[in-house]
Write a protein that binds this ligand. Sequence first.
Ligand SMILES: Cc1cc2nc3c(=O)[nH]c(=O)nc-3n(C[C@H](O)[C@H](O)[C@H](O)COP(=O)(O)OP(=O)(O)OC[C@H]3O[C@@H](n4cnc5c(N)ncnc54)[C@H](O)[C@@H]3O)c2cc1C
Length: 392
Amino acid sequence: MATRQYALTDEQELLRATCRRMAVERAAPRAAEIDATAAYPEDLFQMLREAGLLGLPIPEAYGGAGAGWLSGCIAVEEFARVCYNTAYLLVITWGPLGAILAAGSEEQKQRYLGPLARGDLRGCIAVTEPSGGSDVAGMQTRAERDGDDYVITGRKCFITHAPQADFVLVFAKTDPTRGARGVSGFIVEKPAAGLAVGRPERKMGGRGLPSCEVSFDGVRVPRRALVGREHEGFMAGMVGFNRLRPVIGARGVGLAQGALDYAVAYAKERTAFGQPIAQFQGLRWMVADMAMQIEAARHLVYRAAALADAGAAGRDLAPLASMAKCFATDVAMKVAVDACQILGGYGVLQDFPLERFLRDAKLLQIVEGTNQIQRNIIADAVIGRTGRPAAG
Ligand SMILES: Cc1cc2nc3c(=O)[nH]c(=O)nc-3n(C[C@H](O)[C@H](O)[C@H](O)COP(=O)(O)OP(=O)(O)OC[C@H]3O[C@@H](n4cnc5c(N)ncnc54)[C@H](O)[C@@H]3O)c2cc1C
């Protein structure tokens, strides 16, 4: 496993300060309302767009800031401290980036990455199907060659940003007999005949960005829509997931830090038995554990992101990226639970923010490969693969 270290630059510290100010002034006041109404935060998308943050990890050659994944993690962390959904807007923008960069044609990079960076185009990724999300290689959606075109048929579910997206990066079987080696990726631009987006699911968290079923009923795309070579989409998808996993971890770090900050401020004010509850050793040790876990998660996330920035890929990146995603999002869940506990009864009231943090944290352990799947990837790297089928 690679051992490259990281150090934050002055630019990255400035980025953090800028994002923190925007998060506190603009995103925090909107967070509860977005959660309550489940309305897409277009105003905050425009804020990120005007600030030039949507293009942070997108290379300069394709119209982005070229600041790398570590900078992306810092921005996501700062927004996630106050509003999961604002951080989600950054993450969702970068979703298709890894696969297109790794396997896309020059024409695709020029056509999609600059507009993504400028906020002129929005995308989504469609992998998961009603029959299962973890077993990526077991997907049923088919893409069949017909002359110079492919015809895509199947159903995807949980597809976040599908209503807003201008294009869908969809994965489908081009050879159903070859498992993971029979999967290909395609970019389907909307509108497309046969492509339909269902109603948003009613989710417990991440409610500002809709997740929907997307059906493909004989959707015809030209050959140039293929991302990478035919049958090699699984690998392109995995490269993309590995790049994005530290960013999901950063969302966990930010969420956990925000929950801790709120709980600590509360514990200093709230009194019981004639003293602030922050004086009780039972709570002090809980807070110490929360702070310790967050700091450990932050370093793991930054190191994995720095490794991605250094160009690591495949086995050099996958286990560390999985550790960063899994550890940081497990920490987010645990810290959110403990922060609610510190607030006592107020922890579960909707007039206080921590029950929202708790609901949002649960999503993080499931999205972008569940934390069981992350543990499989880590165990494969540490022990060696089992006979179990490949999973993303
Ligand atoms: C809010 C939200 C947004 C999402 N957005 C998107 C999106 O934009 N695009 C997209 O394609 N998908 C998206 N997903 C889907 C997500 O990626 C899947 O839910 C996830 O991969 C798990 O798939 P599943 O729900 O079918 O669970 P299953 O794969 O059915 O797994 C069920 C349980 O079994 C466990 N399990 C499965 N296989 C193994 C194994 N080999 N070893 C150990 N445990 C295992 C899982 O960890 C899980 O606990 C989203 C999901 C949510 C909740």
